[in-house]
Design a protein around this ligand. Structure first.
Ligand code: FES
Length: 189
């Protein structure tokens, strides 16, 4: 998939995407539920999950405001994802001043990262909303849950029972994003 298609996918309209994806929920949700114990260890690298940079470390300087990056958590020794089925993380660079107090302990400046697995039935979140309540927020298209990346992934709408688990961030000497600690809560449903 080229970069243009990837960006378009990330900015699909919530209203259209929600309805189209409902039928996928039962199958994808089961896979996500199995991944509920996703590990991440302090010092783990974050590497791109797809696109032209797939497999490369995510660098702080590469991130653009409002454009989410989906990344895998990788063992720093082997550079391999710890488990491809775990769903990885969604990384969002917010506009200046948009990181609220609830997110600041885990943020790296204006950048936040959360488990990409929805807390409803474990679907992988794959969208940043472009309309209405979803605008600028992380969307799970399976059943329309909405999470606020600037407020520690607080649930803004939909059936999700709790926030996405945050992944505390830091950067290494070369500007690569690294997990500062394990996920702050349960991953997935
Ligand atoms: S799995 Fe149902 S809203 Fe995400």
């Amino acid at each position: 998939m080229n970069e243009t298609n990837t960006n378009r996918r990330h900015f699909l309209k919530l209203t259209a995407a929600t309805g189209a994806a409902v039928g996928l929920a039962s199958t994808v949700g089961r896979a996500g539920a199995q991944a509920a114990a996703s590990p991440a260890k302090p010092g783990d690298l974050l590497i791109y999950q797809d696109g032209a940079k797939k497999g490369q470390p995510v660098k702080l300087a590469d991130l653009k405001v409002g454009v989410a990056v989906w990344a895998a958590v990788a063992d720093p020794a082997t550079k391999q994802p710890r488990d491809a089925a775990k769903g990885g993380v969604v990384i969002v660079k917010l506009a200046s001043g948009k990181v609220k107090a609830s997110s600041k302990p885990n943020a790296l400046g204006d950048v936040v990262a959360y488990s990409a697995l929805c807390t409803h039935q474990g679907c992988p979140t794959k969208e940043i909303g472009s309309l209405g309540q979803g605008k600028g927020n992380i969307i799970c298209t399976c059943h329309g849950s909405i999470f606020d990346p600037g407020d520690n992934a607080k649930v803004l709408g939909g059936p999700a029972p709790r926030r996405l688990a945050a992944l505390p961030l830091k950067k290494d000497d070369s500007g690569q994003l690294v997990a500062k600690a394990a996920f702050t809560g349960k991953v997935g449903s």
